[in-house]
Design a protein around this ligand. Structure first.
Ligand SMILES: CSC[C@H]1O[C@H](OP(=O)(O)O)[C@H](O)[C@@H]1O
Ligand SMILES: Nc1ncnc2[nH]cnc12
Length: 296
């Protein structure tokens, strides 16, 4: 595993509901990548759009077989890092908690509220403790490039939004939906956490392109959310999502300048070297390759 990031863009794409079929890539190759954190959601597909490399992984697996709580988020992020990705884009179906974020719109999520309770949310633990900052959980540079690309692809784009991540798999009650509004959340989903936390620990800039599929259930006149309706909207939007990825590839500068998130672990490790668990350190050969990987 190379210790330093490539000076060229390599975007990992985590495809969500309605996007398991992936994105169109040149010279595409499907690869099974093993992870010390267990089984990822499936094989990755790696290829190019112009000069930019993309590696795609369907987070719910083939045929959407894996529910949000059972996704092995650690293995998915580890595998993307192992493939050498420099940045991660998440494509997600979301419910809207605001009148002006209508079904069909795109939201460039910049903040999260985490309501999940059953997911392993860190690569670190006993024998190697780390505390990374999550003050700004998404990468402003990547988010802006993705938002620009989504606009060029014909999307109606909201440039910021707070995403509340629920455990699911059930949708929310009306009381919960209104409570999330009162908390200041704009959109709702079930998968961005702990994905965004783990990306940060793996020193990978992360951005979510949320595609609004429904108004959740806070509106009096609205029936509850139905999956068939969510998927119908997602299938209509899938082409815009794929076009967004192509526009992103076109819009990125040829070389990738480093960002602060590339060194997020620099001051995060607190465990003294002689108190570290060597087995845990070995498992972090990709996630923390800059610190524990083989030197070139
Ligand atoms: C199919 S509706 C609920 C489902 O859709 C979203 O998934 P993803 O973020 O992977 O697109 C939501 O978070 C739920 O998992
Ligand atoms: N209303 C909603 N709640 C949670 N996850 C969703 N994904 C799409 N719509 C959603």
């Amino acid at each position: 595993m190379r210790a330093e990031k490539s000076p060229f863009w390599h975007i990992g794409v985590l495809g969500g509901s309605g996007l398991a079929a992936g994105i169109e890539l040149e010279d595409a190759q499907e690869i099974e990548v093993a992870s010390p954190f267990g089984k990822p959601s499936g094989p990755v597909t790696t290829g190019r759009i112009g000069n930019v490399r993309f590696t795609f992984l369907a987070r719910h697996g083939a045929g959407h077989a894996i529910p949000p709580s059972e996704i092995n988020y650690r293995a998915n992020i580890d595998v993307l890092k192992r493939c050498g990705v420099t940045d991660v884009v998440s494509l997600s179906a979301i419910g809207s908690l605001r009148e002006d974020m209508a079904p069909g719109h795109m939201v460039m999520v910049d903040q999260f509220i985490d309501r999940t309770s059953q997911r392993t949310n860190s690569f670190f633990g006993t024998g190697l403790v780390a505390h990374v900052s999550m003050a700004d959980p998404t990468c402003a540079r990547l988010r802006e490039a993705l938002g620009e690309a989504a606009s060029l692809a014909g999307g109606h784009v909201h440039t910021t939004g707070t995403y509340v991540c629920i455990e699911g798999p059930q949708f929310s009650s009306r009381a919960e939906s209104r409570m999330y509004q009162a908390w200041g959340a704009d959109v709702i989903g079930m998968t961005a956490m702990p994905e965004a936390r783990l990306a940060r620990e793996a020193e990978l800039p992360y951005a979510t392109l949320g595609m609004v599929t429904d108004y959740d259930c806070w509106r009096e006149e609205e029936e509850g959310v139905e999956v068939s309706h969510v998927l119908e909207v997602m299938h209509k939007n899938a082409e815009i999502a794929r076009k967004t990825v192509r526009e992103l590839a076109r819009g990125l500068p040829e070389r990738r300048e480093p960002v602060g998130i590339d060194t997020a672990l620099e001051y995060a490790l607190i465990t003294a070297p002689d108190a570290r668990d060597p087995a845990l350190v070995r498992r972090l050969d990709a996630v923390a390759c800059r610190l524990f990987g083989e030197k070139d």
